[in-house]
Design a protein around this ligand. Structure first.
Ligand code: CP
Ligand code: NVA
Length: 330
């Protein structure tokens, strides 16, 4: 059956079938090869896209911009619009939908990106909300395909840390869709929402995925991938004290890597990461709580297990695939 994603929103992976996700991963691999071969792209020629950002970003913004330029689109980066303050989301969506062929949104509420998607009349792409980060998952799974010598549905992915944040939720959804074994390794206070877990476990029965929520670090055994994310997400900056208390035993360090008993285990992180003292926040945390690193040690981050910069590169190829599939001149 032919896959056609033209005109679709990309707001959560829940809306996509396993075949559609695989199609986006295959397209990402094709587009990466095309760029490496130096072939000039025209798949987004004469398209205009707008990037709405309520939260900060390095990768997502730059990935959208470079991907758009590579295939010939024009980009507007918008951080100071009237949206939400003097103009409703609905009205903003209706205006932007008349100028642009596609709209990216990064911000707080999932309802905002959903409302944009409902009213814009053109594809809306979720560049991260408090609840989900779906474009990141495509890059993560593409990176696993490149580095783990197994089909995705045989991969065991252990996510250590804040398992109820946007990354924990989205990795669990992606794993359930593609039949992976997903382990959320976290204190029970940070387990993902029960309703989402039940929904994904039910889906997993069809796809062959398993989902385990555990506080026991020994469950890292057999992992192909150990993944972590910041302990405090954007918008939660008052929570460092309580999160450090909850998560200090779940840091990805060499002991955890060894517990996987897999010499080829890969370490992944969506980035940015507090793995050293080379950031303002990292130094503040060091002064206040005495930690040299938070979610991952510098040793792991710089080790042979770490594929974090391949993963970061793949944000660009996968975001390009999402744009090409939904608005491209295919
Ligand atoms: N991983 C990620 O989304 O990075 P940015 O916050 O820099 O966009
Ligand atoms: N959970 C993190 C992801 C950053 C890419 C955050 O929301 O800040």
């Amino acid at each position: 059956m032919a896959i056609n994603l033209r005109g679709r929103n990309f707001i959560t992976l829940k809306d996509f079938s396993p075949l559609e996700i695989r199609y986006l991963l295959d397209l990402s691999i094709d587009l990466k090869r095309k760029k490496r071969a130096g072939i000039r792209g025209e798949l987004l020629e004469r398209k205009n896209i707008v990037l709405l950002f309520e939260k900060t970003s390095t990768r997502t913004r730059c990935a959208f911009e470079v991907a758009a330029h590579d295939e010939g689109a024009n980009v507007t980066f918008l951080t100071n619009s009237q949206m939400g303050k003097k103009e409703s989301i609905e009205d903003t969506a209706k205006v932007l939908g008349r100028y642009y062929d596609g709209i990216e949104f990064r911000g707080f509420k999932q309802e905002t990106v959903e409302s944009l998607g409902k009213h814009a009349g053109v594809p809306v792409w979720n560049g991260l909300t408090d609840l989900y980060h779906p474009t990141q998952i495509l890059a993560d799974f593409m990176t696993i395909m490149e580095h783990v010598d197994k089909p995705l549905n045989k991969v065991k992915l252990v996510y250590a840390g804040d398992a109820r944040n946007n990354m924990g939720n989205s990795l669990m959804i992606g794993a359930a869709k593609l039949g992976m074994d997903f382990v959320a390794l976290a204190p029970k206070e940070l387990f993902p929402d029960e309703k989402l877990v039940e929904e994904m476990k039910a889906l997993g029965k069809e796809t062959g995925s398993s989902i385990l929520l555990t506080e026991n670090i020994d469950d890292v055994k057999g992992a192909d991938v150990i993944y972590t994310d910041v302990w405090v997400s954007m918008g939660e900056e008052d929570k460092f004290g309580e999160r450090i208390e909850l998560l200090k035993d779940y840091q990805v360090n060499m002991d955890m890597i060894k517990k996987s008993e897999n010499p080829d285990v890969i370490f992944m992180h969506c980035l940015p990461s507090f793995h050293d003292l080379n950031t303002i926040v990292g130094r503040q945390i060091h002064e206040e709580y005495g930690l040299e690193a938070m979610e991952a040690t510098d040793e792991v981050f710089r080790s042979k297990h770490s594929v974090v910069f391949d993963e970061a590169e793949n944000r660009m190829h996968t975001i390009k695939a999402v744009m090409v599939a939904t608005i491209g001149n295919l």
